[in-house]
Write a protein of this length. Structure first.
Length: 204
């Protein structure tokens, strides 16, 4: 794709690096920004700069946060005895949108995937084990995608936590096998959380 301006070309190249954005879509977005008032574009870039520089990970659950402890972890109305283990921030958002869960979360920031070079040491499994060791959590709910990598991750964590007196359950398979959790509709996901089953039963 040839451009008459190197500035346009550079902007399109940068925009096209975003997931799911091809060169044609990137061009449309860049040309749209060009038609907007300069101040609006500056607000966008300022928001992105501030987001990149100031956002942090919650010290408790590893979710993205503006503070050391995120709003979910600091909410006294949340159930401290329930801990939902998810892959990333998008899954927290998906579950929160169902309105069916009032416990807390633990974000792994990935799943075990040998083909991608991701092992247990690359995830926040160690800090999860430390939480369980304190004895305050009574149930761990595995809410990972119904994929081979997701199942492998659950199996590994289950083995690591087997020595502790904690109930371990997994969301019901209302989520189609092979599907990513973030793309599951809210009704199905909400029902899957409500109808969760003991992990041991899910692997029989």
């Amino acid at each position: 794709m040839e451009f008459s301006s190197k500035y346009l070309s550079n902007a399109v190249d940068e925009m096209a690096q975003l997931p799911g954005i091809g060169k044609r879509t990137a061009l449309r977005m860049v040309l749209h920004l060009l038609k907007q008032p300069v101040e609006q574009t500056k607000q966008l870039t300022a928001a992105l700069d501030r987001f990149r520089e100031e956002i942090i990970f919650c010290e408790e659950c590893h979710n993205l946060s503006d503070q050391k402890i995120c709003e979910i972890c600091s909410n006294p109305k949340r159930d401290n005895a329930q801990l939902c283990v998810v892959e990333d921030i998008r899954d927290v958002m998906a579950i929160e949108n169902t309105g069916q869960y009032q416990g807390k979360y633990h974000v792994l920031n990935g799943i075990i995937s040998p083909i991608d070079g991701i092992g247990p040491q690359d995830l926040t499994i160690a800090s999860l084990q430390e939480k369980i060791a304190k004895g305050e959590i009574k149930e761990v709910i595995f809410a990972l995608s119904a994929t081979m990598e997701g199942d492998t991750t659950i199996f590994y964590i289950h083995k690591q936590l087997a020595a502790y007196e904690v109930k371990m359950s997994t969301i019901a398979r209302g989520v189609p096998v092979g599907d990513e959790l973030e793309y599951t509709d809210e009704v199905t996901l909400g029902r899957s959380i409500q109808k969760r089953v003991p992990y041991e039963d899910s692997i029989r």
